[in-house]
Ligand binder design. Sequence first.
Ligand SMILES: Nc1nc2c(ncn2[C@@H]2O[C@H](COP(=O)(O)OP(=O)(O)O)[C@@H](O)[C@H]2O)c(=O)[nH]1
Ligand SMILES: Nc1ncnc2c1ncn2[C@@H]1O[C@H](COP(=O)(O)OP(=O)(O)O)[C@@H](O)[C@H]1O
Length: 223
Amino acid sequence: MVLQRVFRAVIMGPPGSGKGTMSARISKTFGLKHISSGDILRANIKDQTELGLLMKSSIDRGQLVPDDVMSRLMLSDLRALDHSSWLIDGFPRTVSQAEALDDAFTVDTVINLNVPFQTIKQRLSSRWTHLSSGRVYNVDFNPPKVPGLDDVTGETLVQREDDTPETVTRRLKAYQNQTEPVLEFYRSKGVLEIFSGTETNKIWPHVEAFLRRKVSPVEQTAA
Ligand SMILES: Nc1nc2c(ncn2[C@@H]2O[C@H](COP(=O)(O)OP(=O)(O)O)[C@@H](O)[C@H]2O)c(=O)[nH]1
Ligand SMILES: Nc1ncnc2c1ncn2[C@@H]1O[C@H](COP(=O)(O)OP(=O)(O)O)[C@@H](O)[C@H]1O
């Protein structure tokens, strides 16, 4: 058996740029554990945890959750994955979060999905989500086999409360003001890799080829 070094990556991009869709492909192909900050927060809201109840109104309004809360939540989950390779989606979203992550772990690669805002607005109005797994569908792009139901569990799909047009506009503003500076943080560390386009299927081969140079696909390892 060939032992592989632990590989740690972050996927960035505006809301709706395809991070979740791309992460599912990356994690299937390369065996990286996919950790989504949004899925973790939505699980807390669904389970009505203290954190979920406190954070729900900011999330529904399209505002970011406070940095200290978010960094503590994510770092404790990541520490529990000590020797696994992972891909984080949705964190860090501010420079302060990026610094907190940097203090705890060395990030090998940051994949940035550079997708125009106009493309995103159209997509999010037709996003359907399976809340407990984080699987996403789209009426036009990847519809579920049975309308309204998750392909794997058959459970009901929902539209996220923060996918309304006004809230999407607010989330895109938060992205520009608070998250874009994180790109500069990673550029200066020499780990930022930008993939531009309007279609996930066209961006994916480039992401896959890039990652193949860094990490072995899952068939070749015991991931
Ligand atoms: N039309 C279209 N929809 C896409 C494409 N890629 C992803 N989507 C859909 O766009 C929405 C947002 O994608 P998602 O992966 O959830 O983005 P995230 O918010 O960055 O994690 C979902 O409904 C996806 O199914 C694409 O290339 N074309
Ligand atoms: N790292 C984070 N820092 C602060 N808030 C976050 C973070 N990750 C997620 N959130 C909150 O959860 C919401 C949904 O996040 P997410 O599911 O990642 O959205 P999207 O996939 O559309 O970009 C965000 O709008 C924000 O309110």
